[in-house]
Design a protein around this ligand. Sequence first.
Ligand code: K7E
Ligand code: CUA
Length: 658
Amino acid sequence: MTEETPTDVDPDAVVEQYEQQLNDVLATVEDPVPEADDGITLELAGLQLGRRDLLKTGAAVGALGIAGCQTRSNAAGTATSSGGSQSHGADHFVPPGEHDEYYGFWSGGHSGEIRVMGIPSMRELMRIPVFNTEGARGYGYDDETTEMLDDAGGYTWGDNHHPALSETGGDYDGRYLFVNDKANGRIARIDLKYFETDAITDVPNVQAVHGFCVQSPDTEYLFGNGEFRTPLPNDGRDLNSPEKYTSLFSALDPESMETLWQVKVDGNLDIMDTDKDGRWAISSAYNSEGATDVQGMTHDDRDWVKAFDVPAIQEAVDAGKYEEVNGVPIVDGTRDSPLNKGDDPIVRYIPTPKSPHCVEVEPNGKYAMVAGKLSPTVTILDIEKLTESSDPEEVVAGRPKVGLGPLHTTYDGNGHAYTSLFIDSQVAKWDIQAAVEAENNSTDPIMEKIDVHYNPGHIQAVEAMTNDPDGEWLISLNKLSKDRFLPTGPIHPDNDQLIHIGQGEKSMELVADHPVYPEPHDCIFAHKDKLDPARVWDKSDYEGEKPYVEESDSGVERTGDRSVHVKTSSKRSEYGLTEFTVKEGDEVTLTVTNIEGVPDIVHGVAIPEYNVNLAIAPQDTREVTFTADKPGVYWVYCTYFCSALHLEMRSRMLVEPR
Ligand code: K7E
Ligand code: CUA
């Protein structure tokens, strides 16, 4: 057998091929790609050159419109992280000891975690492991979290994209954060009392739950879009019949986290949002062709945004108009479905330029913005017309031309929309009402553009998903940082940039660069007053599920011929048991309570060579079960540096040979 050897492909040629391919696709978009003002379309995806390189070579600085503060941060070679630069109008500096105004929850992409940030300082406050395992918090090591991950499919990683805060009355209620796992089709819930993942659902029948949101205004449902089309059920049938594959829209109950029903549609579902009245869930979609490669997926001129009439779908489910697959009722929402005939289809198909990306509903709930991605436009949908009109074309209320590669839109609550432009590496600010009044493809509604570095995906403004955003800060989550930071080898951090959006016509100001570990997709911010996290555990929250081990309860109980239950308290600077003895081959259940009531004093339990790693916050109890199959002496130590006698905080596990 001959092994395939890598061929000598010129790396520059690969870039050219990519740009050629992208240009070819863009050339087929109905509305022609505008000439960039400064003639830098050759730098299409911004892959070749950082703007810093341009600065170094002195090229076209003026033409690129590089703002003063960017030049300054570039020249200094550092991010303006202190925010103390005098000429900045906006100050994001939070002095030592003071708190940020907002909590930011960042999706961690394929790291599987959520990161909690303080805004505007951009300080990382905490990480919440969700689909990953994580040593520092003992997540995926104790029985409870291990079982939760096992029950949700046993995957060891996830790809979280869209964090969503629970809402009551159109405002964040501080109870839960939800997030999707695109990789394994899961949805997780994080309890914001404890900042801990408390439930994960492996959604049946779907691959790649991508678009995800809570239903506004009262979180009655969670909605997830199965992006990849697959046979239904995906059990080996129809492998080579892509025309039979289907993509599913799923509804979950936020309390039980059960999948309530699904709707099958034509095309790939992508991103979604809901209106503000609990009626419509609106999803972008691409690949109406039902193809399996790039050429096929971008062949036709049109794709269809899907608007799901939620009460009508619920009615169809209640009336038994579904087929059941793997225990979930599936309603037929394809174009040819009988439920889509007549004046009140359960799913409306609204034409958009091909391959749109995001749908984001503005705070008033009047319009939904569909970012064009390949088209340089945003399609504005009039949500009221969804209800009133049977002509899908009438639903389109406007289509401003915002720039190249529009992906996501966010809002300041003052009538402005902000759209990220992936290809242009910019954020465009535009006037929503002006865009509705303007001709399609007009650039008149555009108020301002600001350079970001580089290739932004999502952008989010503070409290943008509520009915009443605060409109002061905006984050651009840029996929590439290129040369903005000290080099860290071939894998660079992403670059999340903080922009002050202020008031007035031209008001956007870049105030900070923030390197982030790959790869956040989206984030969401809540004012600090909307959350009330616990400082210590309330043991009544786990009463009946786990014991609370007082010092005097510490001991070893033999529960069977080959099983023991070891219970111990922990406090500064000792465990309730300074040693415990088990027999070789015993299944050991170790229960540890942190009996301290002092906030911030966490104790760990690590047992070398047994993969045991617990982290126990004040008043919490954790359990782990393992088999003591190696005779010998094993020190048990505390992993959190909890006191001056932390190193002495130890116990011994003695495993007697059988
Ligand atoms: Cu645009 Cu998953 Cu919302 Cu990434 S998605 S960017
Ligand atoms: Cu307890 Cu260190």
